[in-house]
Unconditional design. Structure first.
Length: 290
């Protein structure tokens, strides 16, 4: 029995649907041995996937970027997500998909004739609370010490794990990472800054994981008449920002109102956040009512 999870939940492993507590993989799986794999997380509301096409695009991109060939077409991935959602019977939840290079004799180079391990589970998630939305979160700055391929949604997450623990140890909700003095992202979120009514984001490059909410927020900016600019953002610009916010599949969009122990702007969620939040909520309502 595994603590704090639904041991009876049905998971998908290599073509089979089985109880979570019964799912087994080999100790020689390269995911376990090397962290040699990728993953994605599709959020769902009222049991309906949110931006599934974009998540599956990224999943396929991730697989390609590390040369894992899985015998699954786009329609198979879609069927897997919908099937898992249906079986779970959950409303607000996330579909976690992980693919590793497979099981082979331990050797760093890619093995020949290996079949990838494909795993999928669904777990409930709690949407951000009213307090989180209305009062905001706290964060501290952290030097980004991760590798230079952060654009790959790799299961090798040690850097992100250590970053998140740094937040926990500091008694805050998230870290804001900087590389060479410029903003990258959170431990498991993208970071955004508003200055003079303009929403700024670090460029889409190898130093950040481009969240599915990156393009979404860009679109919501157009919709709500908020000017948007993707460019390098200095530590100083973050420290003196009017607003800081973060996005992720499960945290949606949330304001950061305390940064390095000081209030951000007037310490309240700002106007850019409020506009984007309202537009984001509307997208979820539209999905729920579709
Ligand atoms: N950056 C990192 C490092 C992440 O782990 C996540 C969450 N998956 C994100 C950004 C945000 O991505 P998304 O909006 O697709 O959840």
């Amino acid at each position: 029995m595994i603590a704090d999870v639904d041991n009876d939940a049905i998971v998908y492993l290599n073509g089979e649907y089985i109880r979570l507590a019964d799912a087994r993989i080999s100790v020689l799986d390269r995911g376990f041995i090397f962290g040699d794999g990728i993953y994605d997380v599709v959020p769902a509301y009222a049991g309906r996937p949110f931006r599934m096409a974009e998540h599956l695009d990224r999943l396929e991109r991730s697989l390609k970027s590390i040369s894992i060939n899985v015998d699954m077409e786009r329609a198979d991935w879609e069927a897997l997500v919908t099937d898992m959602l249906h079986r779970s019977g959950l409303g607000d939840c996330m579909v976690y998909i992980q693919v590793t290079r497979g099981v082979a004799k331990r050797d760093h180079a890619f093995p020949k004739n290996v079949s990838p391990t494909v795993f999928c589970m669904v777990a409930p998630f709690d949407r951000p609370t009213a307090t989180e939305r209305d009062q905001g979160l706290s964060a501290v700055s952290l030097t980004d010490v991760r590798w230079l391929r952060c654009e790959i949604k790799s299961i090798s997450l040690l850097g992100n794990v250590l970053a998140k623990q740094a937040a926990v140890d500091a008694g805050v909700d998230e870290v804001v990472q900087f590389r060479d003095g410029y903003l990258t992202e959170g431990a498991s979120s993208n970071m955004w800054v508003a200055r003079n009514g303009v929403l700024l984001a670090p460029p889409r490059d190898n130093l950040i994981l481009e969240g599915i909410r990156y393009s979404l927020l860009e679109a919501l900016c157009v919709q709500t008449d908020v000017p948007f600019e993707a460019r390098a953002i200095s530590r100083e610009e973050v420290a003196t920002a009017d607003e800081i916010m973060m996005t992720s599949a499960t945290r949606e969009v949330l304001p950061i109102t305390q940064f390095d122990g000081k209030p951000v702007g007037d310490g309240q969620p700002g106007t850019v956040y409020r506009k984007l939040r309202a537009a984001y909520d509307q997208r979820i309502k539209d999905l729920e009512q579709a």
